[in-house]
Design a protein around this ligand. Structure first.
Ligand code: GLU
Length: 310
């Protein structure tokens, strides 16, 4: 799989140095006040593979809020609970080309949100689950998928999301007015805020990436958590829609199914299979971890991880 004669450890070490150097050139998210408290210089990478190998560099244990990476878990829960057809009759699978919290196309193009990786799509998707799964069950599912029993709700981030979440409420009510959302909008956004506020670390995101990369089986326990078909769907949607308005360029340059969040996390489901979790709260203009993207460019190039590498 490797491009160069470098060892995988060396490639990750170089990527870590690249990410660490790039981190301070970005900007920590501040539109949710609690996020602004993150250390802009923090950076960490964790790699886990199906053979039990792991590499951990830098801020790998630091907890941060999962933010939009939680959309991957929401999609997995919906696919497993409701199935493919039911899920995608309420949300599309098209890249939107708009910012993550845009309301524009929802009112002008189609009643259904474009995809489950933007706010409208995730809020619609979680609304489908809102009378089938409690937050406690979603939290348990998140802990299992991330191989991390210590994931908990960051109450301060949740309070901050709740107080500043009017745009997300507007999205939910617009979906209700169109008859797309049939569940209670307040309950749906509340679940969404909670799923954005889960405190994870780079290791949890690497584990999540590994399970998606393996096709849905937890390699440590052998337990199937997501069907193979659903895991493939999730990988494709991460690939096409996972990096905000940078998704197209990221897919060309890196080519690894990845989801980012404004908390600074990246979850990558790579060939190998390999899960890579990155943490760097300084973001680029698109809302992606600046150091994380730079590090992934290096890792993908050196290890030939691009999906379309021949
Ligand atoms: N909680 C954030 C919001 O809905 C998620 C942002 C993100 O990571 O994209 O605004």
């Amino acid at each position: 799989m490797q491009n160069s004669s470098k060892s995988i450890e060396q490639v990750f070490r170089e990527a870590y140095e690249i990410g660490l150097k790039a981190a301070p050139t970005g900007k920590v998210a501040d539109y949710i006040p609690e996020l602004a408290k993150a250390d802009p210089n923090a950076f960490g990478i964790c790699m886990l593979d199906a053979k039990g190998r792991s590499i951990a560099l830098g801020s790998v244990e630091t907890r941060f809020s999962i933010q939009s990476v939680g959309k991957v878990i929401i999609l997995a829960a919906a696919l497993e609970k409701l199935g493919f057809d039911e899920t995608f009759s309420h949300v599309m699978m098209e890249p939107s080309g708009d910012s993550f919290n845009s309301i524009l196309k929802l009112d002008t193009r189609d009643d259904r949100p474009f995809n489950p990786m933007i706010n409208a799509g995730a809020i619609q998707t979680i609304s489908l689950l809102s009378d089938k799964m409690s937050f406690g069950e979603l939290l348990e599912f998140s802990r299992t998928l991330c191989g991390d029993p210590n994931i908990s709700l960051d109450e301060k981030v949740y309070a901050s999301e709740y107080q500043t979440g009017d745009r997300n409420r507007a999205i939910a009510y617009l979906l209700k007015s169109k008859g797309v959302m049939t569940a209670d909008p307040e309950r749906s956004v509340d679940l969404y805020f909670k799923m954005c506020s889960l405190a994870v670390n780079a290791r949890s995101l690497a584990y999540l990436g590994l399970i998606i990369a393996t096709g849905g089986v937890d390699p440590m326990t052998g337990r199937r958590l997501i069907t193979e078909e659903h895991a493939e769907t999730i990988r494709v949607i991460m690939f096409t829609c996972g990096m905000y308005d940078y998704s197209g360029k990221y897919s060309v340059r890196v080519g690894v199914p990845t989801k980012s969040g404004v908390g600074g996390g990246l979850c990558c489901a790579a060939k190998g299979p390999m899960g890579i979790g990155l943490y760097g709260p300084s973001l680029d203009n698109f809302g992606n971890s600046r150091g994380g993207v730079k590090a992934m460019e290096h890792i993908s190039r050196e290890l030939k991880l691009h999906m379309f590498d021949v």
